[in-house]
Structure formats: C-alpha cells, structure tokens
Design a protein around this ligand. Structure first.
Ligand SMILES: Cc1cc2nc3c(=O)[nH]c(=O)nc-3n(C[C@H](O)[C@H](O)[C@H](O)COP(=O)(O)O)c2cc1C
Length: 357
C-alpha cells in the first residue's frame, strides 16, 4: 500500500501518464562544432544560488516510506546545494525537520484546522526559519485514487485497531519495512497537528478539506509572512495572473503529479502559457513527470527556472533512505550534464526555446 500511495495517481491516471508522455513529444535542436569545455548547472531561485535546478517537491507521509523521511531529504538537499519543500503532512514536526540540516527549507501549507490552524503553521514555519511558504491550491477535495481505495487507505491515517487489521497482513510479508517502521515509532500521524487533544480531534484538525484556501487566503498569507510566497498547482495564464496580482513571488506549474484532477493537462504543455503570462513578474517552476536529466533541460528550455521531482526521490528514499534520495538526485543531474554536453550548451541558464525543435 505504501508503493501504491507513491506510485499511483487519481482517476484513470491519464494526467499522471500525460505528464511523462509530454516530455517524449519534445525534441532538441542541438548545436554541433562548439563542444562546451565545462557545464554549469547553477541557477538562482528566489535570490539563492543553487548547485542544480533540481528541487525536492513536498510529499506527505514520508515516514511510511523510510524512517529517514523528511529529515533525510533536507540533509541531501544541503549536501547537494538545493532546496527541499516540506509537506504540511510531514511525518515529523516542521521544527524537527528544520533542525536536521542547514539547507534552505520551504514549507508547503495545507489549511489544517482552517485559517487559524494555517496561521499557526505559518508562524511556526517562520520561527523555524523556513524561507518560503508553498501554498498548494489544487486540493479542494481529496481526489479518488483508486489504488488507495483498493488498499483501503483512508486519510488521515491513525494507528488503531482498524488500521492494524487492515494493514497487518500486508505488513507481515514485508518484514524489513515493518521492522524499520516499528523502530521509527510507527509514524502514521500528522505530526504538525500539535494542539488537538484527542485522535478524533487530530483527524478533524488534519482535514484540509474543511476550508481549502482561496485567492483571498493567498493574499492574507502574503500580508502575514515575511518570507517568499510560492503558489503551487497553477496550470493556466488566468490563474498565473491572479497569483501575480496577489503578490506571489513564484509559481509552480503543477497538477500534483496527476494525483488531483484527472484530465488536467500535462504540466510541460501548460508551462509556456504560464511563463508568457507572468512575463518575469514572478519566478516560474514546474513539476510532474520529470524522470530523466534531459526532461529538466526541456522544461528549462520552455521557460521553467527550476524543476521539482516528487516520486523519483520517494522511490530512492523508500529503498535506501538518505543514500537513495542522493542517488536519484545524482543520477538525474549527471544525465542533465550529459544532455548539456550533447546539446552543445554550457550553462542551464542559457536554455531557451531556440534549443528545441
Ligand atoms: C506520495 C506523494 C505525496 C504527495 N504529497 C503532497 C503534499 O502533501 N502536498 C503537495 O503540495 N503535493 C504533494 N504531492 C505532489 C508533489 O509535490 C508533486 O507535485 C508531484 O509529485 C510531482 O510529480 P512527480 O511525482 O511526477 O515528480 C505528493 C506527491 C506524491 C507522489
């Protein structure tokens, strides 16, 4: 059930597949006879210099995958000179994760406990040193993820009689996972909900669907948070302009990895429209379907300043903790370097549409 939770998408998983397929439809326009002496993958994101344009997307419930979870991911972000965004649904508290490394961390905000709960999360994130709030707007209701339904996964998870009887049999046949999970204290719960007295209350507070954020809430957070505000889940020019109007510093073109509206367009296809509309007034990043270093080059050539990965680093995490996350990052950046050599382009910041067929 953990694998399906990572690997699956919503509905018929068409949008999830479209995200990946879109990269296959784009071809390069390489330049011969000018072999680069060296390649620079460096870029800046909201004023901060990064060693590579590859960032880690916010993902929930990472403690079910491997005990290293979010802390391991921010350690790898630090060692690789990049940024990890941490989900509101993290397995450890945002303060615990902040203390795990000196990397810049961003906090992805869901409205756990309505506006008041959101405000308390924003204040805690600010106090813990998170540099940006990433506000996800594509999650008005929980989308049906058929694989989770089949596995009887109902969020938020809690460790109780029902879950033990549901997941016990499938855990027994995964003894190594079960051992790691038990030693880690069975991190099923939503660790950022600290002010709810009982499990039932935690579940109510943890429900993000009582008051999903609207544009007024983005503005409201913009006025209260002194760091950067990043809006995640934008797919159209019209919404990108609203994000700019309410003061977003950056936009992530995203369809939640095909986990929310099935039938939403592939993010690579939506990207140029958003980049054009924003016209440099905010930074634009993208995520969804990035599975090879050359995909990063394609997204950057279409105007993304940086890209995020979700599932790829979760697969690495689940297999091997910190080392797995680092390996995925290193494989993708090595592939990006090779792509740049073969393109004849020495700097990712020079990528634009002239490098595409
Ligand atoms: C297991 C899993 C959990 C996720 N949880 C969150 C979350 O809590 N908040 C959020 O904004 N996005 C979440 N996402 C979406 C990712 O941030 C990102 O948009 C997506 O994974 C990118 O697509 P990719 O997996 O194809 O790289 C999740 C994705 C996965 C795979």
């Amino acid at each position: 059930m953990v694998f399906d939770y990572i690997d699956g998408g919503s509905g018929a998983e068409r949008t999830m597949a479209a995200n990946r397929d879109a990269f296959g439809d784009i071809t390069f326009r390489p330049r011969m006879g000018e072999p680069p002496a060296s390649i620079s993958l460096k870029t800046t994101v909201l004023g901060q210099e990064l060693n590579s344009p590859l960032l880690f997307a916010p993902c929930g419930l990472m403690g079910t995958m491997h005990p290293a979870a979010e802390a391991g991911t921010v350690r790898v972000a630090e060692s690789r000179g990049t940024i990890a965004a941490i989900s509101s649904y993290s397995s450890k508290s945002l303060e615990h994760i902040a203390a795990a490394s000196n990397a810049t961390k961003w906090f992805q905000l869901y409205f756990l406990g309505g506006r008041a709960g959101a405000m308390s999360l924003v204040e805690r994130a600010e106090a813990a040193g998170y540099g940006a709030i990433v506000l996800t707007l594509d999650t008005n209701v929980p989308a049906s993820r058929e694989r989770d339904t089949r596995n009887k996964v109902v969020f938020p998870l809690a460790l109780n009689f029902t879950t033990i009887t549901r997941f016990g049999p499938m855990s027994i046949v995964r003894p190594r996972w079960l051992w790691r999970f038990m030693r880690a204290g069975m991190p099923f719960h939503v660790a950022n909900v600290v002010d709810a007295p009982s499990l039932a209350e935690v579940n109510t507070h943890a429900s993000i669907f009582n008051s999903p954020p609207a544009w007024g809430d983005v503005e409201w957070i913009r006025q209260r948070f002194t760091g950067n505000v990043v809006v995640k889940g934008i797919l159209t020019a019209a919404d990108a302009l609203r994000a700019v109007d309410v003061g977003a510093d950056a936009i992530i073109v995203s369809n939640h990895g095909g986990r929310q509206l099935d039938g939403a367009p592939a993010t690579l296809r939506a990207l140029p429209e958003v980049v054009d509309a924003v016209a440099g007034r905010a930074e634009v990043y993208m995520d969804g379907g990035v599975r090879h270093g050359s995909d990063i080059a394609k997204a950057m050539a279409l105007g993304a300043r940086a890209v995020f990965i979700g599932r790829p680093y979760l697969y690495g995490l689940a297999l091997a903790g910190d080392a797995g996350v680092a390996a995925v990052h290193d494989v993708l950046t090595a592939q990006l370097t090779e792509t740049m050599h073969l393109l004849g382009c020495d700097d990712v910041r020079k990528l634009d549409a002239s490098w595409l067929w």
